[in-house]
Design a protein around this ligand. Structure first.
Ligand SMILES: Nc1nc2c(c(=O)[nH]1)N[C@H]1C(S)=C(S)[C@@H](COP(=O)(O)OP(=O)(O)OC[C@H]3O[C@@H](n4cnc5c(=O)[nH]c(N)nc54)[C@H](O)[C@@H]3O)O[C@H]1N2
Ligand SMILES: Nc1nc2c(c(=O)[nH]1)N[C@H]1C(S)=C(S)[C@@H](COP(=O)(O)OP(=O)(O)OC[C@H]3O[C@@H](n4cnc5c(=O)[nH]c(N)nc54)[C@H](O)[C@@H]3O)O[C@H]1N2
Ligand SMILES: [Mo]
Length: 782
């Protein structure tokens, strides 16, 4: 079906800024969530999908990795889940004529919103080297092109194979297998830009890079600290868990430079009281920390906990736990003895009384959960900061007991499962040797490239073929201009996708787009309808069944595409039954059960009601698979993010109406923004100090070492109650400003939450493109 796609583009005259909202969900949430679905998809298709979203026998919502509660209610979905479903299950498709009508060059002027709105991709298309148009090709031709290109490389390491976190466990396992059979560990993924810092910090200190709690722990907690996360927008169903916890007497603390709507007040759309009442005030304490100030805050709280123990020995710390299960307390104590409170105040912007209050809450609570997301992971000192979260939890034995633990909240709905299945450029030896035993081919051991290293390798001409299962790397990674130039230097780019995005129009010499089924759709194979499996942020694995007819007949599942690519590329080089994988996903799961730890008897366990929970040493038995066999309390040097005079620190974040690089609308309801995304949120005090005014048009320059400034032009200043010295703008537009070389220590994650910027009144230069590098020639207006 082809329908006229909606028009795109933010027009300045439609732009509106109103008072920010301090509550989330409630009636407007549900109305907003249903409305686009009804307009675009037609009522019956929408209702059918909404009714099976996250239900037993239904499909897993692909909007985020939030877990399902044990007792699911009907309508266990959120506004943003509904948007994701609508976006994927739209009946609008890209017509065949589109490719002849639109050159790749002409598509470069279109924004992500417009590209996505063209509808679902329904046939493989190919852009030969030297040409400016894609044209439809058969699947066999497409696989032949991939095979020729990969097999002509001098080394398998000249290709990289990206994954975005929507890919199912089955597709991820087959993909990782194919890539290693081809001969490389070049398996970068979106996680490199997301929770990599979490995996690094928790892996080292606790021996597992994943949450140490189960869903049921939320309702048992006495205190939940939500750090650097905006659940009202990005994990809306978490608000229900927080509300339930609160009803059981739990206190909730939010640590964030922005007063985010859901954490202040929440109206539960699934409860009548929630709809008509004023909503539940969720956060009992809000610490408006400065960007990057969390490490200092954690040091200061930890120091207060240690001081309290010194004042009343034997009453504060969990000595039994510390002695039996941890190493490093004495070193931490010595290190924090001379904590500089002035440095803490500068870094956090908080006064001592606020920190005292948080420390008192922590000491008073027997069971504490700390959750975090991108506000913590995307900083230079992210890994060290997460280690400090672990330190604080360990002091009172808050790991491995009910209602307590470290809980990173993952982003993409199966980003965690993809890692479990082997999508990582540096999987441990235990996994690689298990794979080798199972399939009897030599599995490469040399570590591969991550996302940033992938771009840098392209810049050096070392990566010539870029193959991506999902995602939109050029828009998602830092320094858009540099990333795009690097991608253009490759020979071939291949994107396995549901919808058009920027990565389809910024290509290598030659380019392929391979359309794939979404999770909402029925996946028919030779042995019958298939289901796939996914893992949520608290390590629960369960099945997901597609529910609606595929949007077009010629689309293949991700498993089918990867299996056929593998057959075309590898021929009989390895003895793997790729055809069998495609025909029946149980055969893939058989291998998973023998290769992936914790997945024994996988086919049976995923068919159980609600699936199963993967084993987790710290959570289950206080077992720590670290270098010392104990949980490691670590010492991390306090580093203050420098903010030169007259500059601001800029974070790049999500609006309420986007999923990463996918833009659903140009609004950000909770923050009071309508019909525009080119905004920069600044505290009124900073606006005044900088001699600017609310509503003014500014150019945002980012400063990095001796590199020339990067600039985003004509952004509108929005006066907003964010922390002093801390500005915010939307990802992905603001990625232009993030220097490629600015990456978190030890995890190599782009530092997208603390970019040093300077705001200058916009130069009146008509037609200067938004996001152009400083000094760029005048081009087409945006
Ligand atoms: N609807 C929707 N859902 C999503 C996504 C989406 O785009 N749309 N994306 C998915 C993905 S992949 C991910 S990773 C998650 C992301 O989920 P979030 O991490 O919630 O996403 P961001 O919008 O980046 O918000 C970062 C939050 O951290 C705060 N913050 C920024 N810097 C700091 C800091 O230095 N300290 C502290 N304490 N706070 C800070 C910001 O003010 C903001 O509230 O959401 C997932 N779910
Ligand atoms: N400045 C800045 N940059 C950031 C961030 C930030 O906060 N600030 N956040 C980072 C984070 S946390 C993440 S996770 C990354 C995200 O990076 P990516 O995962 O690379 O980007 P997405 O926008 O999630 O990818 C969207 C595309 O995936 C495709 N897609 C959707 N569903 C499916 C499917 O079922 N199968 C397949 N094969 N394709 C599908 C569609 O074509 C869609 O256009 O961005 C990172 N970049
Ligand atoms: Mo993410």
């Amino acid at each position: 079906m082809t329908m006229k796609p909606p028009m795109s583009g933010s027009t300045d005259n439609e732009f509106e800024v109103s008072k920010k909202k301090n509550w989330a969900a409630g009636v407007p949430g549900v109305v907003h969530s249903m409305q686009p679905a009804i307009t675009q998809m037609g009522f019956p298709r929408t209702l059918k999908l909404m009714a099976t979203l996250n239900q037993k026998g239904g499909f897993d919502c692909m909007s985020c990795a939030w877990p399902d509660p044990d007792h699911r209610k009907l309508a266990e979905f959120c506004e943003n889940g509904a948007k994701a479903v609508t976006w994927e299950a739209t009946p609008v498709t890209v017509p065949q004529s589109f490719w002849a009508e639109n050159s790749v060059t002409s598509l470069l002027d279109k924004d992500e919103y417009w590209l996505g709105m063209q509808g679902r991709l329904v046939e493989p298309v190919y852009k030969p080297a030297g040409e400016d148009h894609y044209r439809p090709v058969s699947w066999d031709e497409a696989f032949e092109i991939v095979s020729e290109s990969l097999n002509s490389l001098a080394s398998p390491d000249e290709a990289a194979f990206y994954t975005s976190g929507r890919t199912s466990n089955e597709a991820a396992f087959v993909y990782g297998l194919f890539v290693r059979a081809f001969g490389t560990n070049n398996l970068p993924d979106c996680s490199n830009m997301c929770h990599e810092s979490t995996g690094t910090a928790m892996g080292e200190t606790l021996g597992v890079g994943k949450s140490t709690i189960a869903y049921s722990d939320f309702e048992k907690a006495d205190l939940i600290i939500v750090m650097g996360q905006n659940p009202g927008t990005n994990h809306p169903r978490m608000l229900t868990a927080l509300e339930d916890a609160k009803a059981n007497g739990c206190s909730i603390v939010a640590v964030n430079p922005m007063p985010e709507a859901g954490l202040q007040r929440y109206k539960n759309p699934q409860k009548v009281k929630g709809i008509i009442g004023k909503g539940t005030p969720l956060a009992d304490q809000f610490l408006q920390v400065r960007l990057g100030g969390d490490m200092a805050l954690l040091h200061a709280v930890t120091r207060r906990v240690l001081d309290a123990e010194d004042r009343n020995p034997g009453t504060v710390l969990d000595h039994e736990f510390l002695e039996k299960h941890t190493d490093g307390l004495a070193e931490l104590r010595a290190h924090l003895a001379d904590l500089d409170e002035t440095a803490v105040r500068d870094a956090t912007g908080l006064d001592s009384a606020e920190i005292d209050e948080l420390a008192a809450r922590y000491i008073a609570a027997d069971r504490v959960i700390i959750t975090w997301a991108m506000g913590i992971t995307q900083h230079t000192k992210a890994v060290a900061t997460i280690k400090e979260i672990v330190n604080l939890l360990l002091l009172r034995g808050n790991i491995g007991k009910p209602g307590a633990g470290a809980c990173p909240i993952r982003g993409h709905s199966n980003v965690q499962g993809d890692r479990t299945m082997g999508i990582w450029e540096k999987m441990p030896e235990s996994f690689l040797s298990a794979l080798e035993n199972e399939f009897s081919f030599p599995v490469p051991r040399k570590h591969g490239v991550d996302s940033l290293m992938g771009i840098e390798a392209m810049q050096r001409g070392e990566i010539k073929v870029w193959f991506a299962v999902g995602g939109n790397l050029v828009a998602a990674i830092s320094d858009t201009a540099a990333a795009e130039a690097a991608m253009r230097g490759t020979q071939l780019t291949v994107q396995v996708s549901t919808k058009l995005n920027r990565s389809h129009v910024v290509t290598g010499d030659a380019a392929l787009i391979l359309p794939t089924l979404g999770r909402t759709e029925i996946d028919r194979q030779d042995s019958g309808d298939q289901f796939v499996t996914v893992e949520d942020t608290v390590c629960a694995v369960h099945a997901s069944y597609g529910k609606v007819e595929p949007v077009a007949p010629n689309i293949l599942s991700e498993v089918a595409i990867v299996s056929r690519v593998a057959r075309a590329v590898l021929g009989d080089r390895v003895d793997v039954d790729w055809e069998g994988f495609e025909a029946n996903y149980d055969t893939i799961r058989e291998h998973i059960s023998r290769v992936v730890p914790g997945c024994e008897d996988y086919n049976r366990k995923v068919r159980q009601d609600g699936g199963f929970i993967l084993p987790n040493g710290p959570r289950d038995s206080r077992t720590f698979n670290t270098s010392t066999g104990k949980a490691m309390i670590t010492v991390n040097e306090l580093v203050h993010v420098e903010r030169p005079k007259g500059r601001l620190l800029l974070q790049t974040l999500r609006s309420h109406d986007q999923f990463n690089t996918t833009i659903y609308s140009l609004n950000d309801r909770y923050r009071g923004i309508k019909q525009g995304r080119n905004v920069v949120f600044v505290s009124p005090l900073d606006i005044e100090e900088l001699g600017l005014h609310d509503g003014q048009s500014v150019d945002i320059y980012s400063e990095w070492r001796d590199e020339p400034d990067r600039v985003l032009r004509k952004f509108r200043v929005v006066s907003y109650p964010t922390a002093r010295g801390c500005a915010a703008a939307y990802f992905p537009e603001a990625n232009v400003l993030v220097p490629l070389a600015s990456a978190s220590e030890a995890s190599n994650t782009p530092v997208s939450k603390a970019v040093v910027v300077r705001l200058e009144p916009a130069e009146v230069r008509e037609g200067t493109p938004v996001g152009a590098p400083a000094g760029a020639p005048v081009g087409t207006g945006a």
